[in-house]
Design a binder for this molecule. Sequence first.
Ligand code: FAD
Ligand code: NAD
Length: 479
Amino acid sequence: MPPVYSQTQLLIIGGGPGGYVAAIRAAQLGLKVTLVEGKRLGGTCLNVGCIPSKALIHAAEAFAQAREQAYGRSELGISVSSAQLDLSKTIAWKDGIVAKLTGGVGALLKKHGVTVVQGWAEVIDGKTVEITQPGAEAGDSPQRIQCEHLLLAAGSQEIELPFLPFGGGHGRVVSSTEALSFADVPQHLVVVGGGYIGLELGTVWRKLGAEVTVVEAQDRILPAYDADLVKPVAQSLTKLGIKLLTAHRVEGLNADGTALTVRDPQGALLELPADKILVAVGRKPRTSGWGLEHLMLDMAGRAVKVDAQCRTSMKNVWAIGDLTGEPLLAHRAMAQGELVAEVIAGHNRRFEPASIPAVCFTDPEIVVAGHTPASAEAEGAKHGFKVLQALFPFAANGRALSLEAPEGFVRVVARADNHFILGWQAVGAAVSELSAAFGLSLEMGARLEDVAHTIHSHPTLGEAVQEACLRALGQALHI
Ligand code: FAD
Ligand code: NAD
């Protein structure tokens, strides 16, 4: 059967944070927009990423607190007779949040007049995409959509280890997607990869009652973060009872597939029995299986190469989000989505953020924005300026103490000559919320005095942000 053609101005492949934000903004700007999504609106982030993981982190913490209270270990004088977990209810609650948010995305797209097509897109050429819709029969005419602009927002997928394929070990070996919906709390969970996912979800299942071992190839967990930030997290993981095996090499499954075989730094082989093995060794742009190769675009490693306006190497073909490489973060995908829609609509915008903050939702949390002391020193050496840094510990912050969270600190990094702020780092309970202040100060080009002389409400964790700047200026008040 010959294909049936329809036309649109902007065709977007992928309804994740990048694609759906681009669709909304483009529609606001008057473009006729069609968005094709193969699975569910909201993409990785809303369905099997940011949102469900953060919901489980919250639920696990609530259960861990209840258990402490049941064991009579609460310093607040609260006790309960016992703490019980109905995991099916926890998972249903998490799924309810996901459904609310993904339904909300659908409603927003509808409100803005975006045509949403459910189906898998295959790129035919830079202006034509063929859609395989669910339930299509072999004799049906293929549906093709032609467009003026093609926006690629196909996201990323988990990296599979060849010697530890997903589903191996009689279904033991899983990705983060399955680890967000286990039917039972595993007895022994082994996590391969001590990065974002491994530590966030490892902590969840430990707090819900599993024995958890994290196997990390590098000599420390969260190798991408600086050691001062990681130390309180490593201490807390150990206190929680999570076993951290750093500098260990994963070899595969044992003969009957019931344990993970790893080699320790001295070369000895260990077997780690596990009823679930979560492999979280990174994600990669989704570049195959949907005809991307037909476009022969320039690539940047495994990612689609884009310029500061999210243009690919082919005219009127654009790309955003995880497909375009690091950092693989939802807020970057959304920011690019908003920007590319404006560029396509004729506005003059460039993607040149002062920082893309990153948060690790461990316990305690880590947030970084802009330069670390080390990267600032390197910049200083290149451009001839000296660097100041100052740290304010939460142990001296009233709000942190009242939240039972005295661990951690806020650190500011600035130029010594003109006090221009170059970066922020924090580790502590709920510091993810400080990322807004950090991002804003960097984007606005704030100096230490701007933050130091801003009145911060008392008592809040934000006062540590102000105090870090006061300390950098030699004017610390509370330390
Ligand atoms: P995606 O969200 O991956 O969306 C791409 C969409 O395209 C998908 O829905 C897919 O089905 C669709 N698609 C792909 N190919 C086709 C095709 N051919 N036809 C039709 N549709 C197609 N980031 C954060 O910033 N904060 C966090 O806390 C965080 N937590 C995470 C936790 C986990 C467990 C995981 C896995 C990821 C997490 N991330 C987090 C990363 C975040 O999910 C991604 O950075 C973000 O989803 C990227 O958005 P995107 O739009 O580029 O791609
Ligand atoms: P990651 O890059 O954060 O961590 C992967 C870890 O696995 C690294 O520490 C790496 O050294 C280790 N590793 C690699 N190969 C290994 C091996 N063979 N054996 C043992 N360890 C090995 O990747 P991730 O945790 O899978 O997360 C993927 C991406 O998803 C992240 O990079 C991030 O962009 C995004 N994400 C973000 C958040 C957040 O923003 N809070 C949360 C989850 C995921």
